[in-house]
Design a protein around this ligand. Structure first.
Ligand SMILES: Nc1ncnc2c1ncn2[C@@H]1O[C@H](COP(=O)(O)OP(=O)(O)O)[C@@H](O)[C@H]1O
Ligand SMILES: [Mg+2]
Length: 330
């Protein structure tokens, strides 16, 4: 039959025949291509589809206040990713470059003291003192074996401080007040944080210009980073409009396919935010704290020693500190 002369009524059987064909095909488990067009929508089929993750928005960093230290919080809600190790080793390298560096340990485990050879039991004033008695700020700092590097020691008294501050007014700004007097005397203040978002960590974020984020090159890292980005945006909108992200860097990096893939994904997602090089997993880095010294004194030519030196140099460039040797006023 020629289409030109075909009547409306003559077409219908063809369509019906197609329906029958589809039904039969469905029963047989074979769906012809035309099924998609002809099948009526069934609400039971409307299952939510996971959409691609929106672009990871990390807030831009502000410029450093004139004559003040840049205050950087090393943060990642995941434990064991290298926060403390990075604060110690980057802080120590920056000091060897002639910069005035203060590390403030906000973790009750107090690993910064151990890693820098300071006996916590002999320390009178700690991060807790700095937060509760800002007038004592200058006496809360302790010298380390590295010239130009000072430390405010964290210890277990920070655990009770979390509970004590809960009902206090202005509880999120205690560290900010404590650091205010110290800021003119340093080029950079690095704050180490625990793997939790308690009041002490919030205090650190309120006191900061920006954060630096160590990311372990493992499978769930990007999801953790998305969660952290949400937290940072919240703190920024409610408590500290300056807060930005200065750097993301890769830690515990091993030459496996998975590590390489995650590193590639982080670089692709974050672009210039990522500061190179990745810190390779290296036993020398892990053993340095047991000697109470940073990697540049323990094993400067190890992979870890090289990586931390380069990372510190690149961070200094990013912070505009690379050429400011002896730039502090203390
Ligand atoms: N690059 C590295 N290679 C090997 N071990 C490392 C490296 N970085 C850190 N570590 C070790 O991993 C553990 C966790 O590191 P740490 O810095 O304490 O993490 P966080 O502060 O994020 O909990 C420590 O025992 C540390 O010595
Ligand atoms: Mg730590």
């Amino acid at each position: 039959m020629c289409g030109m002369h075909m009547q409306e009524s003559e077409r219908e059987p063809v369509v019906e025949a197609e329906f029958e064909e589809i039904e039969m095909a469905e029963m047989a488990g074979v769906i012809p291509e035309s099924a998609e067009i002809l099948a009526a929508p069934n609400p039971a089929d409307e299952i939510s589809i996971a959409r691609p993750r929106p672009f990871l928005e990390l807030p831009e960093p502000p410029s450093t206040r004139k004559g003040m230290a840049r205050v950087i919080v090393c943060i990642n809600q995941k434990g064991g990713v290298g926060k403390t190790t990075t604060v110690i080793n980057v802080g120590a390298h920056l000091a060897t470059m002639g910069l005035k560096v203060l590390i403030v340990d906000c973790d009750s485990q107090g690993n910064c003291a151990t890693g820098l050879g300071i006996d916590k039991s002999k320390v009178a004033n700690t991060t807790r003192t700095l937060m509760l008695q800002p007038e004592l700020a200058a006496q809360c700092r302790y010298a380390t074996p590295i010239e130009g590097l000072h430390l405010v020691v964290g210890d277990r008294t920070l655990v009770t401080l979390e509970q004590e501050l809960v009902s206090e007014l202005g509880r999120e700004r205690r560290l900010c007040e404590g650091l205010a007097q110290l800021m003119p005397h340093y080029d950079i203040i690095l704050i180490d944080t625990p793997p939790s978002l308690g009041i002490v960590t919030i205090n650190a974020l309120v006191a900061a210009d920006a954060v630096m984020i160590p990311v372990q090159t493992e499978y769930f890292s990007l999801e953790g980073l998305a969660l952290l980005a949400t937290t940072l945006r919240e703190v920024r909108s409610r408590l500290n409009p300056r807060l930005g992200v200065d750097a993301v860097f890769l830690t515990m990096h091993a030459p496996t396919l998975l590590n390489g893939q995650v590193a590639g994904q982080v670089r692709e997602t974050l672009g210039e935010m990522v500061v190179e090089p990745p810190i390779r997993r290296n036993i020398r880095v892990a053993e340095a704290p047991s000697h109470g010294i940073p990697i540049h004194l323990h094993a400067p030519n190890s992979h870890g020693g090289e990586d931390y030196r380069h990372l510190a140099e690149n961070l200094a460039l990013r912070w505009g500190l690379a050429t400011r040797k002896n730039g502090g006023t203390d």
